[in-house]
Design a protein around this ligand. Structure first.
Ligand SMILES: [Zn+2]
Length: 293
């Protein structure tokens, strides 16, 4: 990606090194690194954490030594990763403003992105590094510990700037769903369902966020023709494939349990991200319409 010309977002709250952190802890014999990975997978990737912790001994060898983000103090406010994140968020604001104006004839209200380390209060409960990046509909904020980018590259082999941008764009996609009322409808429908049905609805919701990330990339590439470089989209598709429920389950427990899917298979995630990117049309992101998403 070429972000030279992109202005940084002003809607960023930097809570890093705020002292609310719980870094450096150990739980039993399992390193905090393992727990972070397990929980990150459960929230961002959608696996029951116990499933992953069950394979902890094997994963532990690869886990990083426990480290305390909080003790490291506040990182410089303009380190490259921070600037990158602010610029990508800034781009999502301009791009979604454009899409809302031209396609929906309404105004886009941008979310706030909170950078934190360790743990932080949110309107959806206490947010933790362990959860991976997430969006809280109640306060319209995206929460991210930038250390997650490392995790994405190291553990899931999904590195690169566009893979990182896709993570942000996916969470912003959840914000768009919130603005369009999708999140509310899904939430109330989920309350009337059994767990397997609720999971299926959650898959459709996640695939739509992937599709919206694709619509963002397509539109952003049109508005700034320097932005995307050869290989960028492939990088995003590779990341989407790496975090499919089926692939993660096979890696962590050696088998696949479709009823437990909450984010969609690798194939589905790749397909919907690509669908959003090739059409550039958010109307083509109706993951709820078809019998099989
Ligand atoms: Zn999501």
């Amino acid at each position: 990606m070429r972000l030279d010309d992109e202005a940084e977002s002003q809607n960023v709250e930097d809570r890093r090194g705020g002292g609310f952190g719980g870094g450096g802890m150990r739980a039993g014999s399992i390193g905090v690194g393992t727990i972070i990975i397990a929980l990150a997978a459960s929230y961002f990737f959608g696996i029951d954490p116990s499933v992953i912790l069950g394979g902890a001994s094997q994963m532990q060898q690869q886990s990083p030594p426990p480290q305390s983000q909080a003790q490291q103090g506040r990182p410089p406010a303009n380190d490259p990763l921070t600037v990158f994140t602010k610029k990508v968020l800034g781009n999502t604001e301009r791009t979604w403003e454009h899409i809302f104006e031209t396609d929906l004839h309404r105004r886009y209200a941008a979310p706030t992105l909170v950078m934190f380390s360790g743990a932080t209060p949110t309107a959806c409960g206490t947010g933790q590094t362990a959860m991976g990046p997430f969006y809280c509909p109640a306060d319209h904020k995206v929460y991210i510990d930038l250390a997650f980018y490392d995790e994405l590259r190291r553990r899931f082999g999904a590195g690169g700037d566009f893979a990182q941008a896709y993570v942000i764009a996916h969470e912003v996609g959840h914000h768009v769903q919130n603005l369009l009322g999708v999140a509310e409808k899904v939430d109330s429908a989920r309350r009337r369902m059994n767990e397997a049905q609720a999971n299926q609805l959650s898959v459709r919701m996640e695939l739509q966020a992937d599709c919206l990330a694709g619509v963002w990339a397509a539109t952003a590439g049109k508005l700034n023709q320097q932005l995307l470089e050869p290989g960028d989209i492939e990088e995003g598709l590779k990341a989407a494939a790496a975090i499919g429920d089926d692939r993660l389950q096979r890696q962590s427990q050696g088998r696949v349990v479709p009823e437990a899917f909450t984010h969609g298979t690798s194939e589905q995630r790749v397909r919907w991200l690509r669908n959003g990117y090739t059409t550039g049309d958010l109307r083509k992101c109706d993951t709820f319409a078809s019998r099989q998403p």
